[in-house]
Design a protein. Structure first.
Length: 131
């Protein structure tokens, strides 16, 4: 009779795909691995700089850049509007956003580890604006 509680967090599953193979572009495979990891930390810089040199970096950079855009679209309005009701509400929302930010950072670190292994993490709840 005891059924585990189904929460929204337990429904979200991380989707890993095979990325394009390392060494398929104009870069050596070891540099591609490094830049694929960095693409998740600095997607705007790495993707614009190296997207034409490697299909791996193009795939990782697009996914990470879309994730950053999604985070900004979702989190900025919440943080902006939280200041209007009062200081107590702003503090509570700020703590909640800090927890969400740590979760986003954990996703980025996980994506970096998987990028090193040749996998592409499809971030959950990601607006794919850049195709």
């Amino acid at each position: 009779m005891n059924q585990p509680a189904i929460t929204a967090a337990s429904r979200i599953q991380l989707k890993l795909e095979d990325a394009p193979p390392f060494g398929a572009g104009a870069m050596p495979a070891d540099k591609e691995r490094t830049f694929a990891m960095l693409a998740h930390l600095f997607p705007l810089i790495v993707w614009f700089w190296k997207r034409r040199a490697s299909p791996v970096l193009d795939a990782h950079g697009k996914e990470a850049l879309n994730f950053c855009i999604t985070a900004i679209i979702c989190l900025f309005p919440v943080s902006f509007l939280a200041g209007f009701p009062g200081l107590t509400v702003a503090r509570i929302v700020s703590l909640g956003l800090m927890v969400v930010g740590l979760g986003l950072l954990a996703l980025v670190v996980f994506a970096m580890v998987k990028a090193r292994e040749g996998k592409l993490l499809r971030y959950p709840v990601n607006f794919r604006l850049i195709k």
